[in-house]
Design a protein around this ligand. Structure first.
Ligand code: FE
Ligand code: FE
Ligand code: ZN
Length: 288
């Protein structure tokens, strides 16, 4: 099982890798800087050679980079759009320097335009960004469909990828919280959901999982992550997906060889449950 969590880049790639190892992880996900802005340290300050060396020593060879969520490739505003393209192109260079095989990107929000126009714009942006030399797979993340967010169905993601010329450099990251919140019944029919994915996108396009609980009922379109199997006593709230479901997914054939990344909430500024959640998922039979 390839399992890890989101970790901090504040002490560079080396710090990120060390944090991951401290959780018992064998993969991890980083933003290359703050997720909500585009300020970035130069590559030479990110302890990349040291990080790669440490990863090698600890058997970590597949990681995931997440693009900042302010990148809106669907924006009808031309300056926002141009900025998103420019920034994602740079972000890909940073992710390549980390030797990350995958960069996860939120497709975008169409704001005051339409879904179709948004899809068109995202695909055009990706066609500008991707070239034969691009050495990474862009994974569009499944979204909940809050507001005008694109990517709430497998069909929307397919419609984007269909319009991209270099399709072999495109894939999907399935977020369990998002799939559940957008209405997919991963609790009672995960195989059925995977069957739909295969029919619409083909399973070879599935490259990364984000494993999260959800604070809300299926279809709620809220996008509020919960700790796996959390009950009412958890300060961040009760999980409506449940540990059993996430564990079943983590041990399923669909998860094999694919990075499984936790983005579960921190209980307070200093405490997360990544170590416990990873251990519980790895336990034989997944008993908690
Ligand atoms: Fe995300
Ligand atoms: Fe996610
Ligand atoms: Zn989310």
């Amino acid at each position: 099982m390839l399992i890890g969590s989101h970790v901090s880049i504040s002490d560079g790639l080396l710090g990120a890798a060390k944090e991951a190892v401290s959780y018992g992880a064998n993969t991890f996900m980083v933003y290359t800087g703050a997720p909500q802005n585009t300020r970035r340290k130069s590559l030479d300050k990110l302890k990349i050679p040291e990080g790669l060396e440490y990863m090698k020593e600890h058997g970590i060879n597949e990681i995931v980079v997440h693009a900042p969520y302010i990148v809106n490739l669907a924006s009808p505003n031309s300056s926002t759009y141009e900025l998103a393209i420019e920034f994602l192109a740079e972000e890909i260079r940073r992710a390549e320097a980390f030797k990350s095989p995958y960069i996860v990107v939120h497709p975008g929000a169409y704001t005051d335009s339409s879904l179709d126009e948004g899809i068109e714009r995202i695909a055009n942006a990706l066609n500008k960004i991707l070239s034969e030399d691009t050495n990474i797979t862009i994974c569009l993340e499944t979204m909940v469909g809050k507001g005008t967010e694109i990517g709430k169905t497998f069909e929307e993601l397919r419609d984007i990828i269909d319009r991209v010329d270099l399709k072999e450099k495109m894939a999907v990251c399935l977020d369990t919280c998002h799939a559940h919140d957008s209405g997919y019944d991963i609790i009672n029919d995960f195989d059925g959901v995977m069957g739909q994915f295969d029919k619409v996108l083909s399973l070879d396009k599935l490259k990364v999982f984000h494993l999260n609980g959800s604070l809300n009922a299926r279809g709620a379109r809220k996008d509020r992550h919960a700790n796996l199997g959390a009950n009412e006593d958890n300060p961040r709230g009760k999980d409506h997906i449940g540990f059993e479901t996430i564990c079943k997914i983590a041990h399923s054939k669909y998860a094999e060889g694919r990075p499984l990344i936790l983005e579960t909430p921190w209980l307070d500024a200093k405490t997360n449950l990544y170590r416990e959640e990873i251990a519980a998922l790895k336990a034989p039979g997944g008993a908690k």
